[in-house]
Design a protein around this ligand. Structure first.
Ligand code: FAD
Length: 505
């Protein structure tokens, strides 16, 4: 046993050291060039976005076969499944961000990165207009710099479109002005700031006053895994850490979760839904199912609640901090692109693509992730699998292109090349999503997991062991060894010192 332990420890540290070395000392990359080694023209790929779809694509693409440029206003990849742990301080926002340049530098061929937003795409000219806005900024109320945005145009042979989606407020009045979102890392930091501001402001007011109670209500709208995890994390923060420094905060502070449907975590197994309800009940999270948000002002959420007998009642929920976790809608750039392609005229909820993720109506644009509308759900799991699929597809497409070129260049060997070409073409199978399950943290060191192996077996688990599984699964999914180490360190720090109670951390 002793020998086995020593061997495992040495193997683990050896593996870790090797991974750190590889990540911090990237190998030399093949520079971009006009021609491939065999003399064939190298095609260009422009990737729009730096999220799940784009980065999964980039990580599997043979970047020596194409001239690749990645364009995104966000110069890092964000591991969204752990974002709900940021406002409570369980995870530091930087721990779940991986720089695009680091990811791009780890590929075998040179990849260029441009920090810009695509503002227009011309599918006929195969060009994209980009805008970079960082030189136009203000500090506080004083306007400091009013430089015009920098604009440029970039051409592509193939466009990989992975710009994700934006928050859907369903046109509910007052949400954009009063609610926070939880989509980007700065959203999570803003939620933390608002939470602390509300608590500190409330503590100056007399105990028992309605205004104090309002400020002490942290309200989340949306019972998706994101909403549930955020409510659970904030409740943990109150109960496990903040109460040590602010006595009775766990009794005064309320966490309310509003959901329009009869259940939160609607896609999970009914047993896990019930388990989550029980845990929330135990923790004192105020779960408001069947409650539809109608309007929001700077103090209250106005809802309509469907009672068990089917009748409706109006409910007003005062809040100090409000987070809207209600769903996705298309970005303006996606709507603009769809309007230029006849076959996309009916694409209301996302771009329409075929089984190879090629845009309906355009042979050179491929789209993946949340910006598309398919039978698959808008999740990281789907975008990740699509990214890997598309990279494999493009690796094979390059081979197809090469065999066609070589058959022309060396007619005496055309027969051999055409046989190889057929073999590659046959191996280019359509995309098939393989659902591996869903996970959600529900508070008090417990999680739920709805797992599937193939189409025949599903397992519904809930509890503390599932929580360990949840953590292990997420660490294994984090992109780089740096983020894995940082996230594990964050968890370790919290278990030793508790969560940080300063506003800006
Ligand atoms: P994104 O990852 O959103 O990436 C879009 C990228 O495009 C970004 O880099 C953005 O900056 C860039 N971009 C935007 N506009 C432009 C433009 N005009 N030009 C160029 N680039 C642009 N899914 C799961 O499967 N499991 C989970 O546990 C889970 N938890 C989540 C928790 C939270 C808080 C959130 C917000 C989402 C969660 N999701 C989860 C969903 C998952 O994150 C998304 O489905 C996934 O990110 C979609 O990937 P994507 O590549 O389509 O878009």
């Amino acid at each position: 046993f002793f020998k086995a332990s020593v061997f495992s420890a040495v193997a683990f540290w050896g593996y870790l050291t090797w991974k750190v070395y590889v990540e911090t000392n990237p190998r030399n990359q093949k520079p971009q060039s006009e021609l491939k080694d065999n003399g064939n023209k190298k095609k260009s790929i422009v990737i729009l976005g730096s999220g799940w779809g784009a980065i999964s694509f980039l990580s599997k693409l043979d970047t020596t076969k194409y001239n690749v440029t990645i364009v995104s206003p966000r110069n890092y990849f964000l591991f969204t499944p752990l974002l709900p742990s940021v406002p409570s301080g369980t995870i530091d926002a930087r721990s779940i961000c991986d720089a695009v340049r680091t990811i791009a530098r780890a590929t075998p061929g040179e990849v260029k990165y441009m920090e810009a937003e695509a503002i227009d795409i011309d599918p006929k000219a195969k060009s994209i207009q980009l805008e970079h806005n960082s030189q136009r900024f203000s500090i506080g109320d004083a306007f400091i710099n009013n430089h015009e945005p920098i604009r440029t145009t970039i051409d592509y042979d193939y466009l990989v479109y992975a710009v994700g989606a934006t928050v859907n407020t369903f046109g509910i009045p007052g949400i954009p002005e009063n609610a926070s979102f939880l989509k980007e890392s700065n959203d999570a930091t803003a939620v933390r700031q608002k939470l602390f501001n509300a608590i500190e402001a409330a503590r100056l007011l007399p105990e028992g006053s309605s205004e104090r109670a309002r400020l002490m209500n942290f309200v989340v709208c949306g019972g998706s895994p994101t909403g549930v995890e955020l409510a659970a994390e904030v409740k943990d923060f109150m109960d496990q850490d903040l109460k040590k420094f602010i006595p009775n905060i766990d009794k005064e502070m309320k966490v309310t979760l509003i959901e329009a449907m009869p259940n939160v975590l609607a896609s999970f197994h009914p047993r896990l839904i019930q388990y989550t309800k029980n845990i929330f009940n135990e923790q004192g999270v105020d779960l408001r199912n069947n409650t539809m948000v109608k309007r929001v002002d700077d103090r209250n959420v106005y809802c309509s609640h469907r009672k068990p007998d089917g009748s409706q009642e109006e409910v007003t929920i005062p809040y100090g901090t409000l987070v809207w976790a209600g769903g996705n809608t298309q970005r303006p750039i996606t709507k603009k692109l769809a309007s230029k392609i006849l076959e996309q005229k009916t694409a209301r909820r996302g771009l329409l693509v075929d089984d190879y993720l090629k845009l309906d109506g355009d042979d050179y644009i491929f789209a993946l992730g949340d910006c598309t509308f398919t039978t698959n759900p808008p999740t990281a799991q789907v975008a990740h699998q699509e990214g890997h699929f598309l990279a494999e597809y493009f690796n094979k497409l390059s081979q197809v292109d090469d065999y066609q070129y070589l058959a022309k260049k060396e007619p005496e060997r055309a027969e051999k090349y055409s046989q190889k070409l057929e073999r590659v073409k046959k191996s280019m199978l359509p995309f098939k999503y393989n659902h591996q399950g869903s996970l959600a943290y529900i508070g008090s060191d417990r999680a739920v997991a709805d797992l599937s192996w193939g189409s025949w077996s599903t397992v519904a688990l809930g509890g503390s062991l599932t929580f360990l599984f949840w953590r292990t699964a997420y660490v294994s999914m984090l992109l780089g060894i740096k983020s894995k180490i940082l996230v594990v360190t964050d968890w370790l720090k919290v278990s030793i010192f508790g969560r940080d109670c300063s506003k800006d951390s």
